[in-house]
Design a protein around this ligand. Structure first.
Ligand SMILES: CC(C)(COP(=O)(O)OP(=O)(O)OC[C@H]1O[C@@H](n2cnc3c(N)ncnc32)[C@H](O)[C@@H]1OP(=O)(O)O)[C@@H](O)C(=O)NCCC(=O)NCCS
Length: 154
């Protein structure tokens, strides 16, 4: 399978949205979050990938002209370093294209982008029970052994 990893382009909108918020085989559906992220928010996120003043980015995986996965990431200031840090916010590969190395390729490209953006820290989070993702993460990263806490709902 020949996979191209590249920055998202405006022409990818329909397929990217399908993978992001489609009713089936999408990232928000995987996280049971279709009702938590409004269409307006998704549109806003999409528009910011193309805004040079906002450090939010998306790369996509393309196979035979079809977008089959994405990684969304952002950079932010860090009190521990002069350089910014890069946070991998979202990673998704469509069902039928999994276990073919695409997730790994997306993460490896994120590492390259971290270098290009001079971010020496590159990190992400996953759920304790997302074992499948962790099978990949233990190969491409190191376990930070941290928990994430959230402010309670108000
Ligand atoms: C997590 C996800 C992005 C991984 O994508 P993928 O394209 O299937 O991942 P890859 O094929 O690159 O890597 C899978 C790795 O896990 C390993 N793996 C998978 N299942 C395995 C198993 N049962 N036993 C051992 N290793 C296994 C593979 O060997 C592979 O390692 P390799 O690159 O050394 O061969 C994809 O499953 C997905 O989109 N899941 C739903 C959304 C999600 O969980 N996103 C992440 C949120 S944090």
């Amino acid at each position: 399978m020949s996979v191209i990893i590249r920055p998202v382009q405006k022409k990818d909108k329909e397929k990217w949205f399908q993978l992001w918020s489609g009713k089936e085989d999408s990232y928000l559906e995987f996280y049971k979050a279709l009702d938590k992220v409004s269409d307006e928010t998704s549109e806003y996120t999409w528009s910011r990938f193309f805004d040079d003043t906002v450090p939010i980015y998306s790369i996509v995986a393309e196979v035979e002209g079809e977008v089959i996965g994405f990684a969304n990431y952002l950079t932010h200031k860090n009190t521990w370093t002069v350089e910014d840090a890069l946070y991998l916010n979202d990673l998704y590969v469509s069902n039928k294209n999994r276990l073919k190395g695409v997730g790994r390729l997306l993460i490896e490209e994120v590492y390259k982008q971290a270098d290009a953006l001079n971010c020496n820290k590159c990190y992400w989070a996953t759920s304790f029970d997302n074992y499948r993702a962790q099978l990949l993460y233990t190969k491409v990263g190191v376990d930070a052994s941290k928990k994430i806490y959230l402010r309670p709902p108000r």
